[in-house]
Design a binder for this molecule. Structure first.
Ligand code: B12
Ligand code: SF4
Length: 510
């Protein structure tokens, strides 16, 4: 009988620019609320970023669940190892990493892996574990192990009515009072299809939203409990249905529930003036925009469905409404080189974007980018902890991994968050912006210090590959000369002199 369930969201492996803001994903608080509602079980959630795991609690649970995204997978597996070594408690895993790599999680020792949305499958599993009858093979979306090996049941359809679910219960998280930003999610899915993003394979392209009254009830409750906290709408594209978003914002305005709020949106948000006005009136402080690049070929390669002109206009219009812009860029497409990266960084500095995130293109399981780079043998790092958007883990087309690391990601952010840039803001009395940039500057220094080894490895590899190429060129030149001397044409059948193939595929010099 399942009486107690412990759920864990593992810690990030390193620093990122917004490490300071502790934000849990909503999956576990939602699943916890559901388990309480359906089975009346005791649920405890550990979000490792804000609370240490109490191992006494874990070891006294009847079922443990671990949620993981790709960069947190190594920590997730080490937690799994410990539970498996010290107990016989069944462990289940879920989240966007294991959803696409269920075999990996089963091999590491997980008993159950939930692929995709976990709510309905979890209820079915607990019902069976409680002796409710049925067979594990009937639970769609579940992968599991038994004496016959690993089993992957067929995929499960996505939840049609999000408002049939309970509201995520943040109070189940140990130390929830420390959360200064409250997450709320009003929808799932995204109608777009960006090549590097796993949202659509996880939550679908059909945009599903919760009933507005359901969201309002949640906002009312959360803002009453934490009147000074701001709200972060986690929706991947908060304004994908402008009519629906406006309905919610009108209700917030009518009821006077207008905490400071932040959301993720696309550049097309500025096409609707009424929407922009309502956003401002309800206290939208910050919009997180997936700008990605100002290289048109890269935007096309990512299938971003936006132009550089759209980006410029969006930043200008949003600023007119006195809303801040957090620009998120992804550098390193097969169309990017040193120049396009430099131009993108220059654009960010020039355009007046308030804060930025320059991520390195990262092949995340479940994306076309991952499938393509893996198929072509271009992924050369196997530590999932490095798949954080801050490390180069694949071979770019127009530069070496070291060059991409050097020019983009944190290096690009260091330019944006440089001391002179901070001083500039200070001189124009933009104290808040200055403080954020100073903080980001310090975090970047910490990142640099803790990733010295990774970067120097890339550098040595780059040097070695450059030397190999140089030697190869010299070797070819010599070969041409030799042919000329003995009178063989370049197309002739001279004995090949290729050396041992290096990992990069370039023959090494003999
Ligand atoms: C909010 C958010 C953030 C926040 C907080 C993140 C955090 N705590 O990790 C911030 C802004 C800090 C952030 C940062 C990053 N994020 Co983010 N983020 C999100 C976002 C928009 C919402 C998360 C959420 O609450 N989802 C809603 C809940 C309901 O879904 P869920 O938690 O996945 O749970 C469901 C299922 O997965 C499953 N499930 C999950 N766990 C479990 C466990 C069990 C036991 C069971 C049964 C089921 C189950 O059931 C749940 C209910 O259906 C998602 C996109 C998305 N739509 O999910 C991206 C997303 C999670 N982020 C992503 C990425 C890549 C990042 C960054 C690496 C990017 C970066 N460098 O900035 C960082 C890494 C942060 C870190 N922890 O190391 C990717 C992860 C993909 C992957 N394979 O790793 C996502 C999916 C977006 C994408 N583009 O693909 N992120
Ligand atoms: S990157 Fe944003 S717009 Fe593109 S598919 Fe993902 S969530 Fe949608």
């Amino acid at each position: 009988m399942i009486n107690k369930v412990v759920l864990i969201e593992p810690k990030s492996p390193g620093f990122h620019v917004f490490s300071k803001f502790k934000l849990p994903r909503l999956g576990l608080p939602l699943l916890g609320a559901l388990l309480e509602r359906e089975f009346g079980v005791e649920v405890k959630i550990y979000f490792q970023e804000i609370a240490r795991i109490d191992w006494g609690e874990v070891m006294s649970a009847d079922l443990v669940g671990i949620s993981t995204i790709t960069p947190t997978a190594p920590v997730a597996y080490s937690l799994l190892d410990r539970i498996k070594k010290e107990s016989e408690i069944p462990v289940m895993m879920g989240g966007p990493h294991v959803s696409f790599l269920a075999d990996e999680a089963l091999e590491r020792g997980a008993d159950y892996v939930f692929r995709g949305e976990g709510e309905e499958a979890l209820v079915e599993l607990v019902r069976q574990l409680n002796g409710g009858g049925g067979d594990l093979s009937s639970i769609a979306g579940l992968s599991y192990r038994d004496d016959d090996g690993f089993h992957h049941n067929p995929d499960r359809g996505r939840i049609a009515h999000l408002s049939s679910l309970p509201r995520p219960d943040l109070t189940l998280i140990e130390g929830f009072e420390k959360l200064r930003i409250i997450p709320v999610m009003t929808s799932r899915g995204c109608p777009y299809d960006c090549k590097f993003c796993s949202v659509t394979s996880m939550f679908g392209r059909r945009y599903r939203f919760r009933d507005t009254d359901d969201v309002m009830a949640e906002l009312e409750e959360l803002t009453a409990r934490s009147p000074r906290a701001s709200v972060f709408f986690y929706d991947d594209n908060f304004t994908a249905s402008p009519a629906h978003t406006k309905e919610l914002l009108r209700k917030m305005k009518e009821k006077g529930i207008t905490p400071n709020w932040h959301a993720q949106a696309r550049v097309d948000v500025v096409e609707d003036e009424e929407l922009m006005t309502l956003m401002k009136e309800t206290n939208c402080v910050n919009l997180f925009l997936g700008l990605e690049s100002i290289n048109p070929a890269t935007l096309e390669a990512y299938r971003k469905a936006q132009t550089v002109a759209d980006i410029e206009r969006a930043v200008e219009v949003i600023h007119k409404y006195k809303i801040r812009v957090h620009g998120m860029f992804v550098l390193g497409s097969d169309e990017d080189d040193k120049e396009t990266i430099r131009e993108t960084v220059q654009f960010a500095k020039r355009s007046g974007i308030d804060t930025v995130q320059f991520l390195v293109l990262t092949p995340l399981p479940g994306t076309e980018t991952f499938d393509e780079l893996k198929r072509d043998g271009r992924i050369f790092v196997d530590d999932w902890g490095k798949f954080s958007g801050h490390h180069v883990v694949f071979k770019p087309a127009k530069m070496s991994p070291f060059q991409l690391q050097k020019w983009s990601g944190l290096a690009a952010m260091r330019k944006f968050y440089s001391i002179p840039q901070c001083m500039k803001l200070g001189v124009s009395f933009r104290w808040k912006d200055m403080a954020i940039r100073m903080y980001a500057h310090r975090t970047l220094n910490k990142w640099k210090a803790s990733n010295k080894y990774f970067v120097s490895e890339l550098k040595h590899r780059y040097k070695a590959e450059r030397q190999e190429r140089k030697a190869e060129r010299a070797h070819r030149k010599q070969e041409r000369k030799d042919r000329e001397v003995v009178g063989i044409s370049p197309e002739g059948t001279a004995r090949p002199r290729g050396g041992v193939h290096s990992e990069s595929g370039h023959p090494t010099s003999e």
